[in-house]
Structure formats: C-alpha cells, structure tokens
Ligand binder design. Structure first.
Ligand SMILES: C[S@@+](CC[C@H](N)C(=O)[O-])C[C@H]1O[C@@H](n2cnc3c(N)ncnc32)[C@H](O)[C@@H]1O
Length: 315
C-alpha cells in the first residue's frame, strides 16, 4: 500500500454550505475516505460535536484516523458499509443525527494503489496487479470471479449498462476466449483485442479501458444496490430540519439518487376522504437541480468534473 493518501475532496465549500454543520452537531460521514470532508465538518462542530466516519475500506480508515488524530475526542471511526447506518449508530447508542454526507464511489487513493486492481492505465505496476477491485478486501467477490465465471451475455450487459461501453459485446467475447484472467494486464489485453485501434487512439489520456473497469468496480462493490438502503436508513436517523448531502460521479448513480429523493419528497395526491390531510412527505428538496463543481474547481481537480451534489432536508 502507498503510505500517502491521495484524494482531493470534491466540492468542499458546497458540502459545508449545504450540510451547515454547527457547534455541538452529530454528523455522519458515510464515505469517510481520507477524511478530507470530515476534517472540514469537525472544525465546525467543536467543541462538543461528534463526527461518525464510516468507510468499508481498511486503508481509508487507517488514513482517516491518522488525518483526524487531532480530533480524537470528537470522532468515531467505524469500518463498515453505509447501508448498515442504522445498526452502526445503534451500536454507538446514537439515535438521532443533524446531518449525513455520502460522497459515493471510489477515492483517488484506491485507483492509485496498484495492488487493489482498480487502476486501468497500462503502467508496469498495474499490469501485474490481481483483478480484485473490492473496497472491503475482507469479503465478497472479486473482479476476477466475475470475469472468469459470468456468461458472455451477462458480461456484455454489465459493460453496456454500467460502463456505457460501445464495444461491450466484442470485449466480453475476448474475455471469455482468454479465460482464466488473473491480472489487470490480462484484462487490458482482452479489451484491446475487443476494440478497434482508432477507438483507443481517440480516447483522451489513455482511458480506453475506463468504462469496463468502472462497470466491474460498481458490480463488485454493489455500488447501486446500497444507495437506496443507505439513504432511507440515514433519513430515519435525521432529526427534523437535518440535511443529507449526496455526491455522485456517474449519471446512473445520479438518476437513482434523484428518483429516491423524489419518492421521499412526494406528497401523495391521493386523499382517502373529504377533509382528511394528504399523505405527508418525509423530506423536502433543498435545491431543485443538482449542484455542480465550479469551473475553477474542475481546473484544479479534473476528477471532480462529473460530480453532482443533491440535498434533502428532513421535515
Ligand atoms: C469519494 S471517496 C470519499 C472521499 C472523502 N469524502 C474525502 O473527502 O476524503 C469514497 C469512499 O467511500 C467508500 N465507500 C464507497 N462505498 C461505500 C459503502 N457502501 N460503505 C462505506 N464506504 C463506502 C470508499 O471506500 C471510499 O473510500
């Protein structure tokens, strides 16, 4: 593992603005990463506030504990999945919180640590990495398990749906033909064989394998599957007036968050009888449209360019 945790927090000013942490607040950061957002929140909830930081990645937990060591009294760091937010907070004996942040996806540290198998650049270190891609390396299936056991048509569908990959079918065919795939180098060879040279030459910054890697990573970590559970579980814990901020990096993820928020903020039009109130919604949207990073942030941190931030407030 590389010892320095490299990740630049996305939309830091916007996170602070919309979450609005105040002295004494209890805030959950469900995707702690290197603790960048968490540090900004902690500075604002002192002296008595509590930041509960959750991450499923052991390396992120270690890095965040180091970064936030000056705030030990105010921080509770837990290795876990944010889908279990209810259980985690019950164990901490916390029944209500003032704000929740979910900064979905992967950290730059994970991409840049070759042994994790997330890196798609054909560097010598990446080429020999195992096809792992698990954020929690203690449990679950790896990318190699998927690549070596799934039917060709299921691989095609995965690369198409979660990767928007135009050459899904020919890449899947090459993968099945080359089994067993063991290293990132094996997968890159299959993608190369399944795509025309012109497609790869056109791809900016050598990113021709990015779509397939993203689809695999999202499947390995069940990234879409946990979003609904995390948001609904989190909303139950929010106090009235408390806010939840969710940052996504992919249009499928953003669409899902938008749909879930819509459901939670909908006032049912159905009126069971004259004079009876409408079914109340549980939350309201703070901004109608998602918030995007500023041009200057994108110049400073190009990885932020696809980020979208949505906010709801518990009623
Ligand atoms: C974009 S990074 C967060 C960076 C962080 N906000 C910061 O400022 O340093 C996403 C982190 O969320 C973690 N993660 C992704 N899905 C998760 C889940 N379902 N439960 C817990 N952690 C998750 C990843 O391991 C990664 O460390």
């Amino acid at each position: 593992m590389s010892t320095v945790f490299t990740h630049e927090s996305v939309m830091p000013y916007e996170v602070v603005k919309y979450l609005g942490p105040q002295p004494g607040d209890i805030i959950v950061d469900g995707t702690l990463g290197g603790g960048g957002h968490a540090g900004l929140i902690l500075e604002r909830i002192l002296p008595k506030g509590i930041l509960v930081g959750i991450d499923q990645d052991k390396e992120a937990i270690e890095a965040a504990e180091k970064k936030l060591s000056g705030f030990k009294k105010n921080t509770k760091v837990i290795q876990g999945n944010f889908k279990d937010i209810g259980k985690i907070l019950t164990e901490l004996k916390i029944d209500q919180v003032d704000g929740i942040l979910l900064d979905l996806g992967i950290s730059m540290h994970q991409i840049l640590t070759p042994e994790r198998g997330f890196g798609f650049y054909p560097s010598p270190e990446n080429l020999k990495s195992p096809l792992d891609m698990r954020m929690n390396t203690e449990t679950g299936i790896t990318a190699a398990d998927i690549l070596n056991t799934w039917k060709e048509r299921d691989l095609t569908e995965l690369f198409f749906k979660l990767g928007d990959e135009k050459y899904s079918r020919s890449i899947a065919m090459q993968i099945v033909r080359r089994r067993p795939l063991e290293t990132v180098g094996d997968l890159l060879e299959a993608i190369k064989a399944g795509t025309p040279p012109s497609y790869r030459a056109k791809s900016l910054k050598n990113k021709w394998a990015a779509n397939v890697f993203r689809a695999l990573r999202m499947e390995v970590n069940n990234e879409l599957g946990v979003i609904k559970e995390g948001i609904e579980g989190g909303l139950k814990l929010l106090r009235s007036g408390g806010k939840m901020v969710v940052i996504t990096f992919h249009s499928i993820e953003d669409r899902l968050v938008k749909e879930i928020f819509k459901e939670l903020t909908l006032t049912e039009n159905y009126q069971p009888g004259f004079g009876l109130p409408k079914e109340p919604s549980v939350a309201e949207l703070v901004t109608k449209k998602p918030v995007s990073p500023t041009e200057s942030e994108i110049r400073r941190n190009p990885a932020a360019r696809s980020a979208k931030l949505r906010i709801i407030k518990k009623l």
